[in-house]
Design a protein. Structure first.
Length: 276
């Protein structure tokens, strides 16, 4: 049973490990069980859900999440908290703790891939879109491939990769559009073979980041050339202080992000606590 909502227990854990708060990580630990219960209730978490928690701290909220959800993936940047989490979460076999910076996706998405995390991310997207009649999952090479593949597996539908580079195999009957990346200051041509998409497809787009929304908008533009419809856009990490979400919602697109950053600066990351 979750016990860290009790201030006495929280203090005991901190003293046991001689833990010192680090300002650069913005560390604050909840010690009010009524607030914790309210958060869980408001989020509507059920035993069908896989929850991604960013910054579990000593595992206070994680304990409550583990008791409410089917699975919990907790990503913690502070390596000093990992032995504490191993202790406080030892009673829960449905929690996976990952010691990474959630913004450095090269360690688990686009260079080294964490298959357990990708599987759980895929299930989270699939759970959200399970009743939307998705026929294909689409992603842009290459960072979105791993989560998109796991999403397609969970939904039992094919996955399509939109190509950024000219293909030696795909030469005819192509849909193409140009995308400008404001982050990298470059433009590239996105390509989709006509044989893999048609007007009967209802497509879920999955990608790693959403910032200005150019990549997602370009993918939508390409799919609409085939007269396919869009079920939604699933994003691992969204920079909500940039205009991407707004651009997509103006087009009537459902945007589901697993993590939403409201503020990002030197030694500062603030997240939107739940989907709004």
């Amino acid at each position: 049973m979750a016990y860290l909502g009790n201030p006495t227990e929280t203090i005991a854990v901190l003293q046991k490990y001689n833990f010192n708060f680090q300002k650069k990580f913005g560390q604050n630990f909840l010690i009010d069980p009524h607030v914790l219960d309210k958060i869980i209730d408001s989020a509507g978490i059920t035993k069908e859900d896989c929850v991604l928690e960013i910054g579990p701290g000593i595992g206070t909220m994680t304990q409550y999440l583990a008791e409410a959800a089917r699975e919990v993936v907790a990503v913690e940047i502070d390596k000093k908290l990992i032995p504490i989490l191993e202790d406080t979460l030892s009673a829960y076999d449905n929690v996976t703790v990952i010691n990474e910076d959630i913004l450095k996706v090269d360690s688990f998405v686009n260079h080294q891939v964490d298959p357990v995390l990708m599987h759980q991310i895929g299930e989270a997207f699939a759970a959200h879109y399970k009743d939307c009649g998705v026929t294909k999952v689409v992603t842009i090479e290459s960072s979105g491939i791993a989560p998109a593949l796991m999403t397609a597996l969970a939904l039992n539908v094919p996955m399509i990769i939109l190509k950024k580079q000219p293909s030696k195999v795909l030469n005819d009957n192509l849909y193409q559009t140009v995308i400008t990346s404001f982050t990298k200051g470059t433009s590239y041509e996105l390509t989709l073979s006509q044989q893999f998409i048609n007007e009967n497809d209802h497509v879920l787009i999955v990608d790693d980041f959403l910032a200005n929304g150019e990549a997602a908008t370009g993918a939508i533009r390409l799919l609409r050339k085939a007269h396919a419809t869009i079920a939604g856009v699933g994003i691992l990490i969204e920079k909500s202080f940039q205009p991407g979400r707004g651009k997509l919602m103006e087009q009537g697109i459902d945007v589901y992000s697993l993590a939403r950053i409201s503020k990002l600066g030197k030694d500062l990351i603030e997240f939107i606590p739940e989907e709004e």
